[in-house]
Design a protein around this ligand. Structure first.
Ligand code: MGP
Length: 249
């Protein structure tokens, strides 16, 4: 008799992304309160614990931040946590797909932060067409974050991921565009990202002694990706090993 695969009869997702159904509460602890995701968002949204860690870390480094921008806000996984941890700041989410923004708005309401976030439909690939208008609209940006599309789940088929494959722009142009807004830039990239390429692009754009801080992100003891930080406050930050550090960083 052949082996039968156990299937979860309540799993509504197509088989190519079905594993994410079991991760639904890791992605959003309030999943049952009306979270909405489309196929792209199921496999690319940032798990809640990680998004919370990042937002708390931003607050730790930039307690006075007034404006945080999330480029490629997707289903709102990161944007929602920025709004939760910076209740008095302006939080902007940009995405090139109305369907993603619709999900993000619904998901923000699940976490009661919909009034604190402005979602904008823009294609960052054409950022040069609207960046001046954006600067006028949102004013100075304290931190710009982007968790961009990595080109789908096949990113793991490559031993070393070429960051020029990230969408909507390759690494160099994406960073260049974000540095036009602020020196404090954070990207979430695949765990197999080419670190040599990361250093080379950093030096090319910011000078021979420029640094990028790379932190491996684990959720439930599984590696999810790397967080890459640019900007002096991020790169010069010294984590404390004693318990005097309020947030435990
Ligand atoms: P994964 O592809 O499921 O990795 O992505 P793996 O190792 O199979 O995971 P496992 O824990 O099931 O073993 C893991 C996480 O990476 C996702 O939950 C997303 O948070 C993030 N991620 C994956 N992709 C394909 C993307 C992407 O294209 N863009 C962004 N920003 N994040 C992604």
């Amino acid at each position: 008799m052949g082996k039968r695969r156990r299937t979860d009869a309540n799993n509504p997702l197509p088989s190519r992304i079905s594993k994410f159904w079991n991760q639904r509460y890791t992605l959003f602890s309030k999943f049952d309160d009306g979270i909405q995701l489309n196929e792209e968002l199921w496999y690319s949204v940032t798990p809640e614990e990680m998004a919370m860690y990042l937002a708390k870390f931003f607050r730790h480094i930039f307690p006075e931040a007034k404006t945080i921008l999330d480029i490629c806000s997707g289903g709102g996984g990161n944007t929602i946590q920025f709004a939760r941890y910076f209740p008095n700041s302006k939080i902007f989410g940009i995405d090139n797909t109305q369907a993603n923004i619709d999900c993000a708005i619904v998901n923000s309401a699940v976490y009661n932060v919909e009034d604190r976030i402005t979602y904008l439909l823009r294609d960052w690939e054409n950022y040069h067409l609207f960046i001046n208008e954006l600067k006028e609209l949102i004013g100075p940006v304290d931190v710009a974050f982007c968790s961009p599309p990595w080109g789908g789940p096949s990113y793991l088929n490559q031993e070393v991921y070429d960051s020029e494959n990230i969408k909507p722009l390759g690494l160099e142009r994406l960073l260049e565009s974000m540095f036009q807004l602020t020196e404090n830039v954070v990207l979430f990239l695949p765990r197999n990202t080419n670190k040599t390429q990361l250093s080379a692009v950093t030096r090319k754009l910011k000078g021979p002694s420029a640094k990028c801080r790379v932190v491996e992100a684990y959720v439930n003891e599984r590696p999810k990706g790397i967080l890459c930080f640019w900007g002096k406050k991020f790169t010069s930050y010294q984590p404390k090993n004693d318990s005097t550090d309020e947030e435990g960083y």
